[in-house]
Every structure is written in C-alpha cells, then in structure tokens.
Ligand binder design. Sequence first.
Ligand code: COA
Length: 150
Amino acid sequence: MEVYPLARNAEVPMDLLLTADPSEKMVREYISRGICYVAKEKDLIIGIYVLLPTRPETIELVNIAVEVTSQGKGIGKQLIFHAIETAKQQNYKTIEVGTGNSSIGQLALYQKCGFRINSIDRDFFTRHYDQLIYENGIQCVDMIRLKMDI
Ligand code: COA
C-alpha cells in the first residue's frame, strides 16, 4: 500500500469521502481548505484521509475512510498513524479528530491509536446536517472531539 497527497487537479473520490460524512457540502468545503491523502494498492484507491489546518500548531483529521471490501484489515489504523506522522513532519503540535456519539467503532479506533476525548460539541449534527443520522441504533446528535499532543 502506498499513501500520498492527492494532486490538486486530480479527481476526488467523493463516494469514498461520503462514507465518512454524509454531507457533500461539508466535504467539498473542507477538502477545498485541506489536503487529501490517498492509499493505493495496485493503482486502486482503497483509503483516504484529509488533514485540515485549523489553528496555529493544530491540524484536524477531518475525514478518514477505507473501501468496504478493504475494511477490518488494519488499513484504517495505518492511515491514522500516517496522518499523525504527516502532521509531526509539518511541525504541528496537536492533532484533533471528531466523530459522532453513535460512531462506536470509530471512537474505539481513535482511542486505540492514542487519541483522548477532549470535549463534546453538543447538538453539532442537528445544527449542521439536514438529515437524521442513526448508527448502532443511536441517533447521532453530538460531536465527540478527541485530540493528541504530537
Ligand atoms: N469496538 C471495539 N473496537 C472496534 C470496534 C468496536 N465496535 N469497531 C472497530 N474496532 C477496532 C477494531 O477492532 C480495530 O482495532 P484492533 O486493530 O485493535 O483490532 C480498529 O478498531 C479498526 O481497525 P482497522 O481494520 O484499522 O479499520 P478499518 O480499516 O476498517 O477502517 C474506518 C476504519 C472507520 C476508517 C472504516 O470502517 C470506514 O471507512 N468506515 C466508514 C467511514 C467512517 O466512518 N469514517 C470515520 C468517520 S468519523
């Protein structure tokens, strides 16, 4: 697997990005300000993540997604560690990530990678998304923000 920044003029794998965030408007907005990194195997994109500078010395992992057929093989974890290394190389001191209160697997994954819960943005999803989101039988309403000093 090779991971590298997607060229500015390259076509963005929107379907894959939308598996991590159902709002195309939100996705288009942050990819215009951040950098997409893609993971390729045999010329096929199997994963993606987006890093978005937010404040001085702070960068946010705003979207991470692995193709369904490649999930559960450790690729998500590898991409998170790649994102952390990329942020370190660019001299960021803090990396943040946010996920929904209903995203149980993602909350487990981020904590397994060393992120710690920092704050809760209450009602984030009801404020910013038109559609109702349900996962694991739980309505997604709050954004759980996690961070790591790097
Ligand atoms: N409870 C405990 N651990 C869980 C879990 C759960 N419910 N769900 C997942 N995990 C753990 C796995 O056990 C694994 O840890 P391990 O290596 O210690 O066994 C880890 O989380 C995930 O492993 P990995 O195989 O690296 O993940 P992946 O390649 O399947 O990628 C996602 C993870 C989230 C990127 C992938 O499922 C995906 O693309 N989902 C759709 C998009 C999305 O939701 N993105 C995140 C938005 S916040």
